[in-house]
Design a protein around this ligand. Structure first.
Ligand code: NAD
Ligand code: LMR
Length: 337
């Protein structure tokens, strides 16, 4: 039984929580990422309605999460139970982890054939039901699925580049953690800006801007490689059972929290993959760099900052891959509207 003091503080924490009222929809909510992400979002006091959509399983996930004693209401939807239109109605933020994950030996681009049409169809439903929502895309390959969502919204006449985000937060989380391991420090003190895209060589950590710009060449090369290919570590360790889910849920919840803070009028700056002017004249319409979030989504896109010669090289390599990844997404929607 709770003591009087414990009961008092529990009540106080609960009643002080409902500062904002936002509906967040998770599409793919019964999956490996979707379930822990939804749980973490249940703890977010800016969320008043959590709408969980998947092909199956979401009524059970919603019933389970709904017992957590925070204030938000949780509802589960499938195509047969409630449907996607109701799941998305009046959503302020839509997070999309729906899609298949990698198995060992696959690249993220190998997921394109399956995930492109999943993301296209979900984007159509978002454009129809909540065109003003902020949309955070987790489904891989992010470098192509984000342009797919943008093209679908353009076809529907609802595209607002300020509202479409590719989630690259896991790269930022990994960079902080891995740098702290090398430096023997607390990850909470290690902020690393990661720019570019979200796959292999398109992931560019800007370690020259971190607290440790002078790592030895060996340590630097190994660290950059680990940040760029961190996803492979998890795919290999899971041995056919999928890719990062728990760390991605952590990262996805953090990014969603930043979007909600922006909606409330707080200024938060996070790297995210958005339509960007930075390399547009080179045919690269999307790029991840630090973005300040606000009430309408993107408020300001920052440039990459001061770069070392090595980082200039990494960015050149990233750009060469990204051009192809982005075009693949755009062409897909043109050919399969
Ligand atoms: N951006 C990142 O940093 C990052 C990190 C990890 C994983 N991912 C990607 O996230 C995606 C999901 O990974 P996971 O491990 O959760 O996979 P998973 O297979 O465990 O879950 C995916 C879920 O999507 C659902 N789904 C499929 N088609 C759907 C549709 N049309 N409508 C609604 N739901 C649908 C499935 O039923 C399943 O529950 C993968 O593409 C993976 O590569 C991205
Ligand atoms: O590696 C993957 O396929 C999943 C995700 O993109 C990751 O970075 O962990």
């Amino acid at each position: 039984m709770l003591s009087r003091t414990a009961r008092f503080s529990a009540t106080r924490a609960f009643s002080s929580s409902a500062a904002s009222a936002y509906k967040v929809a998770v599409l793919g909510a019964a999956g490996g990422i979707g379930q822990p992400l939804s749980l973490l979002l249940k703890e977010n006091t800016d969320v008043t309605e959590l709408s969980l959509y998947d092909l199956r399983g979401t009524p059970g996930v919603a019933a389970d999460i709904s017992h957590v004693n925070t204030k938000s209401v949780v509802k589960g939807y499938t195509p047969e139970q409630g449907g996607i239109d109701a799941a998305l109605e009046n959503a302020d933020v839509v997070v999309i982890p729906a899609g298949v994950p990698r198995k060992p030996g696959m690249t993220r681009d190998d997921l394109f054939n399956t995930n492109a049409s999943i993301v296209r169809d979900l984007a159509k439903a978002v454009g129809k039901n909540c065109p003003k929502a902020l949309v955070a895309i987790i489904a891989n390959p992010v470098n192509s699925t984000v342009p797919i969502v943008a093209e679908v919204f353009k076809n529907q006449g609802v595209y607002d580049p300020k509202r479409v985000f590719g989630v690259t937060t896991l790269d930022v989380v990994r960079a902080s953690r891995f740098l702290a391991e090398v430096a023997g420090t607390n990850p909470a003190d290690e902020k690393v800006t990661v720019v570019g895209g979200h796959s292999g060589h398109t992931i560019v950590p800007l370690l020259s801007q971190s607290n440790h710009p002078d790592l030895s060449a060996d340590k630097y090369e190994a660290l950059v490689h680990r940040i760029q290919f961190g996803g492979d570590e998890v795919v290999k360790a899971k041995d056919g059972a999928g890719s990062a889910t728990l760390s991605m849920a952590f990262a996805g919840a953090r990014f969603t929290s930043s979007l909600l803070k922006g909606l409330k009028g707080e200024k938060v700056t996070e790297p995210t993959f958005v339509e960007s002017p930075l390399f547009k004249d080179e045919g690269i319409a999307f790029w991840s760099s630090p973005v300040t979030l606000g009430p309408n989504g993107v408020e300001k896109i920052h440039d990459n900052g001061k770069l070392s010669a090595k980082e200039e090289e990494l960015i050149a390599t990233a750009k060469a891959d990204l051009v192809k990844n982005i075009k693949k997404g755009v062409d897909f929607v043109a050919q399969n509207p």
